[in-house]
Design a protein around this ligand. Structure first.
Ligand SMILES: [Zn+2]
Length: 267
């Protein structure tokens, strides 16, 4: 029998893309690890090892090899025809819940809001808001019919539900979001914070760490705070899964900071 061998795809030192801190190899998981394991659905093992690294300073955890993937790689291996099997809420339940959330939070101010749903998938969220007389546009980087980002214009409300964890390059994501946002705009986004779920000398069993879902970037609250600060944003969280970046808070979002915590948001 030959000796067992494995080769991490990225050799040390691995540097944190958010705070430039040094990272350590946290764990290796099978590529087919998916979020549906939370509901008892397990895919067959792929035998493909995905290495996650964690920053010692800000606890950002990420799989560096995906930085080198092309769009066609993501479409072939992750956002393919099997994707809805491992993310069944993607097509309907999640966009419906999130459209209701935005309407609850900002509906009475919708005449002052121009909204873009970034990572809008099948565009259902925007469609539902337009039915409620919102000015809403949808953009998805993997949609076949997507427009060029620079042609979309500027918006004072960006939503990015379940987007950040899919980004293999957080700088590019933030640059794209900033290019779409007005100075007095806000970014409301969901990504499940890793605090309490990822720690040194613990295997990465957390259900949200799921390469098959494209969850290649896992954020601690500190890493979100630092990522926002690098782009001049203040950062707040409503819950483990709902967050906001802003520079100047517009009047129609003042209640986010001063008021009560909004209702629970489903994943
Ligand atoms: Zn870091």
């Amino acid at each position: 029998m030959p000796p067992l061998r494995h080769t991490p795809p990225t050799r040390p030192p691995v540097i944190c893309p958010i705070c430039s801190g040094r990272c350590f190899a946290l764990d290796v998981v099978d590529f087919n690890k998916s979020c549906e394991e939370l509901r008892g659905k397990f895919l067959e093992l792929s035998g493909i090892a995905i290495y996650y690294f964690t920053c010692r300073e800000c606890q950002f955890t990420f799989a560096p090899e995906f930085e080198n993937w092309k769009e066609s790689d993501f479409l072939e291996h992750i956002y393919n025809e099997q994707y809805t099997y491992i993310d069944p809420d993607y097509t309907d339940i999640r966009p419906r819940n999130n459209a209701e959330l935005l309407d609850r939070l900002f509906g009475i101010y919708k005449d002052s809001i121009t909204h873009l749903d970034f990572g809008g998938g099948n565009h259902l969220l925007s469609k539902l808001l337009r039915q409620k007389q919102w000015t809403s546009t949808s953009f998805d980087p993997f949609a076949e019919d997507r427009q060029d980002l620079s042609s979309l214009g500027h918006f004072n409300l960006l939503s990015a539900f379940e987007v950040f964890e899919h980004s293999p390059n957080t700088s590019t994501l933030m640059d794209n979001l900033c290019s779409l946002l007005t100075d007095d705009g806000i970014i409301i986004f969901s990504t499940l914070a890793s605090d309490g779920n990822i720690a040194p000398r613990q295997r990465l069993s957390w259900w949200y760490a799921a390469p098959r879902n494209g969850h290649v970037s896992l954020f601690s609250r500190k890493s979100l705070f630092l990522l926002g600060a690098r782009h001049g944003f203040r950062f707040g969280s409503f819950s483990a899964n709902l967050h906001v970046f802003w520079r100047q808070l517009p009047f129609w979002a003042a209640h986010l900071v001063k008021g009560p915590v909004p209702p629970e948001q489903s994943r």
